[in-house]
Design a protein around this ligand. Structure first.
Ligand SMILES: Cc1ncc(COP(=O)(O)O)c(C=O)c1O
Length: 463
């Protein structure tokens, strides 16, 4: 696959800013794009001349960056052929992110499993399983048990919901992909809060949608801008409940007022993770046409791979039909276990919320101690902090961080057009001692960067 110079320039975004020589910034940023999978392996890069022209920089800068990539094994060259993207030889590419011994993985924002209650849930699920043996086991809407449990959890949150308003999916990501297929035509406009959840961006780009980012500022959502953008859009995707990556929560007054004027998908993946504030009311309480997407990945465990869509039955019928081409249903045991957990309100366990609160506070204190120049507001919920550095160092920091024993998700992953180069998402899902050590390592990496000592060759993968 040949990758055009303008496509590479778009992916690079604002690569030029930051400390150190330009060629090094360029090669670090290209390397991160390769490791993130945004520049595909086996793809061929544009010529030095074309890329230099598209970037408005010198051929020498591009040439030096390419040479660094060749030397570190990320690009191969042969006479009269274009530079081809690859990974370095050796054991490194086979190792999944974060499994290098001693490396602290901050690229994932999801908690470990609550072992005891999961055991109990699966034991109960296996006991109930024989009830399902008489039928074929394929159910594209999900089991009655889980649809009832999810509907009841909405009722507890004050939103009348029937089981036929629920379709069970294999996680929220699956739900978003199905909804994009039903609601989004190629070239359709998608309004979203910016920054946003990166894998949603991937879904919308693959659907060839036109993305209309509306900035989520330190003061939160801008109703006027969202409504203006919504009037011209085909689809809106918002994360009002402890937003990933900022952790912000949309105030109730805004939920009441906001009218987007286009099909709106509300991602409620984090809704149960209220740390300092009451649990937010469902967005659909005030916007009955809104489609809600839920999941137990953050509140219980990602390995369950269970999520859902709450929508009117006529829309769910369309979702059920497109589902046919990708999968034929969610595993029954996992659904029964999830129903058991939801019926017992296990997605809002006080001890889990207490632990997240104390991890968040430990991260916050470590940042003040080791990286006092970084601004990282303490979110009232969710699992992530959105840290702002004084300089646009994010991609380079994520590129060098593995050399210092920590993997990071760089800010530009959470936006379009190369935005958020001063930001890094920091999850607080690991135990406090690891978070403190991770911050110490990030501080070391940042210092190495600003001093221009970046002889990095170890990869970091984004999750
Ligand atoms: C906002 C948001 N939506 C969706 C997902 C995907 O969730 P699931 O694991 O249920 O597919 C995530 C996971 O990180 C997320 O943060």
């Amino acid at each position: 696959m040949r990758i055009g110079s303008h496509a590479v320039a778009r992916m690079l975004g604002v690569w030029r800013e930051g400390p150190g020589p330009a060629h090094q910034r360029l090669s670090d940023r290209l390397r991160l794009l390769i490791l993130d999978g945004r520049i595909p392996l086996g793809g061929t890069l544009p010529s030095e001349r074309d890329l230099a022209e598209a970037l408005g920089t010198s051929r020498t800068t591009v040439g030096s960056a390419f040479r660094t990539l060749v030397d570190s094994g990320y690009v191969s060259t042969r006479a009269r052929t274009r530079a081809t993207v690859r990974l370095p030889d050796g054991p490194v590419p086979e190792r999944p992110s974060g499994t290098d011994e001693g490396t602290i993985d901050l690229s994932f924002a999801a908690p470990a499993a609550p072992v005891r209650i999961l055991h109990a849930a699966f034991a109960a699920a296996v006991e109930q399983l024989p009830r399902h043996f008489e039928r074929h086991g394929y159910d594209r809407y999900g089991t009655v048990e889980l649809r009832e449990a999810v509907a009841r959890s909405y009722e507890r949150r004050g939103l009348p919901t029937r089981p036929d308003h629920i379709l069970v999916t294999n996680g929220a990501q699956h739900a978003l992909a199905l909804l994009a297929r039903v609601l989004l035509a190629p070239r359709g406009r998608v309004v979203l809060d910016h920054p946003t959840y990166p894998h949603a961006l991937t879904i919308f780009s693959e659907a060839r949608a036109r993305i209309v980012p509306v900035a989520l500022t330190p003061n939160g959502w801008d109703a006027e801008q969202l409504e203006a953008a919504g009037r011209q859009a085909d689809f809106a995707y918002l994360i009002p409940d402890f937003h990933n990556p900022t952790g912000m929560c949309m105030p109730s007054s805004l939920r009441r007022q906001l009218r987007l004027g286009c099909p709106t998908v509300i991602d409620e993946t984090m809704t149960d993770l209220a740390l300092d504030v009451p649990h937010p009311e469902p967005f659909a309480l005030h916007s009955p046409a809104a489609v809600s997407v839920g999941s137990v990945s953050k509140s219980i465990w990602g390995g369950l791979r269970v999520g859902w869509i709450r929508a009117r039955p006529s829309l769910l019928e369309r979702v059920e039909k497109v589902r046919l081409t990708t999968d034929l249903g969610t595993p029954v045991v996992e659904q029964l276990a999830t129903a058991y957990l939801l019926e017992r309100n296990q997605s809002r366990r006080p001890e889990m919320l207490r632990q997240l609160r104390s991890q968040r506070d430990a991260l916050s204190r470590a940042l003040s101690e080791h990286l006092p120049q970084v601004h990282a507001p303490r979110p009232a919920g969710g699992v992530t902090m959105w840290a702002t550095f004084p300089e646009p160092v994010s991609s380079r920091l994520a590129a060098v961080a593995p050399d210092h024993g920590v993997t990071l998700a760089a800010g530009p992953r959470f936006g379009v057009g190369g935005a958020f180069e001063r930001h890094v998402r920091l999850p607080f899902t690991l135990p406090a001692p690891q978070l403190i050590e991770a911050v110490r390592r990030i501080a070391q990496a940042e210092q190495a960067l600003t001093q221009g000592v970046t002889g990095i060759h170890a990869p970091a993968r984004m999750a």
